[in-house]
Ligand binder design. Structure first.
Ligand code: ZN
Length: 388
């Protein structure tokens, strides 16, 4: 909630400033009015030179009664900066606990089952906070900051920076999504909000994978947001493979913690055993790929089972799609194994659809939407074992 001073920094359409409205009510009201007043951007635009409300304009925008009521909202003296306060607290101070309590007792039209899942005890607190920040609109993305003129996404330089864009639709984000074991591609449902999209995913994901998916998303959003901030403060575009590596490392740590604390992953374990590699296999390779702008970052881990050593290789190559990138990674792994003169070789990839297609020798179709199955976890667990 914002206490308005000069109003210059307050985005009138996105940043709550009406004390008696809940966020959803505020958003609905603004969605109705916004398109008729394209020139109004900040609270300063509905203020007079002396720092008071422009009541005539408010009435024009919101109607006679509401306009007058808005004009009675107290303001800070104009020389004071606008202030953001947590309105549920008497001292105005924000805390995660207060946000959580508010999210639990709010009786919005939308059901709050998403929040309950996001704040589940199975998920690391850090990931819950990140998911909550991204889906509650409390990250300062450029679209929410009226004083930022250049709204371009820092990661792709193409679209406007919104939360949905940077976490979902940006090519940078898509490559990270797609190269994960959840292999989720664009075209996901859930509308134009992070919360809606989370809800959409939660409804489709098997219950036993939910905590893993949400933990992964916590790591993913955190990694993307950090990469975005690095770019903002230091310039340049972050290295996709490095960002991916950081995300996957944190995710594996949380999987590890989850499996120690709760038995949530018990259902994956039989699959891991099934995947046991025959003792006669000398080389075992794990391949993976990330793809962006017709460039693929390939990663291959090679385990020499005779000498019990492992090595990791990465390189960039041209590729026309993420599926091709995965295929190139598998091919590269096979080539390296062949160069070592091995007779027995096993490979693992998290690109299940590709592997299935390779086994059946049929054409690979691009993923239309979400492809998620516990089979991906076979690859994941082997990666964990290799790295440790
Ligand atoms: Zn982008």
């Amino acid at each position: 909630m914002t206490l308005v001073g000069s109003g210059i920094s307050v985005d009138i359409w996105h940043q709550p400033w009406i004390p008696w409205l809940e966020f959803e009510e505020f958003r609905c009201l603004m969605d109705r009015v916004r398109s008729s007043f394209p020139n109004v951007k900040s609270i300063a635009d509905v203020s007079l030179d002396n720092g008071s409300w422009n009541i005539e304009l408010l009435k024009e925008m919101f109607g006679q009664g509401l306009g007058e009521r808005l004009g009675r909202i107290p303001r800070l003296p104009t020389e004071q900066h606008d202030q953001i306060v947590w309105k549920k607290a008497t001292d105005g101070q924000f805390s995660v606990k207060r946000a959580f309590e508010a999210s639990q007792d709010c009786d919005l039209v939308e059901d709050n089952s998403v929040w309950k899942k996001v704040w589940s005890s199975k998920i690391h607190h850090r990931h819950s906070v990140m998911l909550w920040r991204a889906s509650s609109g409390s990250l300062p993305t450029k679209d929410r900051l009226s004083f930022v003129m250049d709204k371009t996404c820092l990661l792709c330089g193409g679209e406007e920076e919104t939360a949905v864009h940077i976490f979902w639709e940006c090519p940078f984000a898509r490559a990270l999504w797609f190269s994960s074991q959840f292999a989720i591609f664009g075209g996901a449902g859930g509308g134009d909000s992070i919360r809606g999209r989370l809800q959409w995913l939660i409804e489709r994901i098997p219950a036993d994978l939910l905590a893993h998916l949400l933990s992964f998303l916590g790591c993913l959003f955190d990694g993307i947001w950090k990469a975005r901030n690095t770019s903002l403060f230091k310039g340049g575009v972050p290295n996709l493979m490095q960002v991916r590596e950081g995300i996957m490392r944190r995710f594996m740590e949380s999987v590890d913690i989850m499996e120690r604390d709760v038995d949530v992953a018990a259902s994956f374990r039989p699959a891991v055993c099934e995947e046991k590699i025959s003792n006669s296999v000398e080389f075992f390779a794990i391949s993976d790929a990330a793809w962006k702008d017709n460039r693929a970052g390939l990663a291959v881990g090679m385990l020499d089972r005779c000498n019990n050593t492992s090595e990791w290789y990465t390189r960039q190559v041209p590729a026309s799609s993420a599926a091709e990138a995965e295929l190139l990674a598998i091919k590269w792994a096979m080539q390296m194994a062949a160069q070592r003169g091995t007779n027995s070789f096993a490979a693992a990839s998290d690109a299940k659809v590709l592997i299935d297609a390779l086994k059946k020798r049929c054409h690979v179709r691009l993923w239309p939407a979400i492809a998620c199955s516990s089979l991906y976890w076979r690859g994941l667990h082997i990666v964990v074992r290799l790295k440790s």
